[in-house]
Design a protein around this ligand. Structure first.
Ligand code: DGL
Length: 264
């Protein structure tokens, strides 16, 4: 294994930074490429066919260009839809992002769990299967919150967060049957942990949040634990959009040690 082969993290936008932050805690010096498909953002309102074709195609091209040792789809929407296909076409290890329903089922005391994701994620059989396997004896209430994707993108651009969108998501979940009993909320979109403070405020006391970032970081560390890394590769963020799309959230990348920005 060449020591400067990077780890590639892929998301539609800046949501994967919640995963990158967790990874940086475990592997502060690993060479990284953060890939944002900003030309395709948002994924949540796209069809399964569009997402699968786009993600498999882009990851294939990115792997050819950058030769990563491992790729992480740091996006619940892309993972729940395209993970199988991506694993079929690429030869490197692919780590996916799975809605944290299993830990939520262990954490809830009331037995009522809320799940916030994109429109595309919450309708996936992947989610049905996780519920059947780990939360069959719980009430799991799902709500699509596309407004939170835009709110997280805006926050990282340094703009004002749309608090109405956050309150609307919290109210919609709590207004569902059994919703009043929600004590645990699964953040099943990598953008949403970036709004943790705002969500804590909107749901009020007594509600805990869970997401997959720390588990994904541990998985990546485990898969690469016997490998050497060199500091020669300069970690970077790449975008399918315009360079300006990355320049706006540049301070958030810089906090995680990424200052080199590139157009893909
Ligand atoms: N960050 C993505 C996720 O985890 C999706 C956001 C979007 O593009 O709609 O689902």
């Amino acid at each position: 294994m060449e020591q400067n082969r990077p780890i590639l993290l892929f998301d539609s936008g800046v949501g994967g930074l919640s995963v990158l932050a967790a990874l940086r805690e475990l592997m502060p010096d690993a060479p990284l490429i953060y890939a944002a498909d900003q030309a395709g953002l948002p994924y949540g309102n796209k069809s399964e066919a569009q997402i699968t074709a786009r993600v498999a195609g882009l990851l294939g091209r990115m792997c050819e260009r950058y030769d990563p040792r491992l790729a992480c789809i740091a996006c619940n929407t892309a993972s729940t839809i395209a993970l199988g296909m991506v694993r079929d076409v690429l030869e490197i290890p692919i780590v996916g992002t799975v809605p944290a329903i299993k830990p939520a089922a262990a954490m809830t005391k009331t037995g009522v769990i809320g799940l916030l994701g994109t429109e595309a994620t919450i309708r996936q059989a992947y989610v049905d299967n996780l519920v059947a396997e780990f939360a069959a004896d719980k009430h799991l209430l799902r709500h699509a919150a596309p407004g939170l994707v835009e709110a997280a993108e805006a926050k990282l651009r340094g703009e004002k967060v749309d608090e109405a969108a956050i309150a609307q998501a919290a109210n919609a979940l709590c207004a569902m049957e059994h919703g009043i009993g929600i004590d645990t909320v699964v953040l099943a979109c990598t953008h949403f942990p970036l709004l943790k403070d705002e969500l804590v405020q909107a749901f009020g006391p007594g509600v805990q949040f869970v997401d997959g970032a720390a588990g994904i970081a541990r998985r990546i560390q485990h898969l690469t634990e016997d490998q050497a890394f060199s500091g020669e590769f300069e970690s970077r963020a790449i975008t399918t959009g315009e360079l300006a799309d990355l320049e706006a959230p540049a301070p958030a990348f810089a906090k995680l040690g990424i200052t080199k920005l590139e157009k893909f």
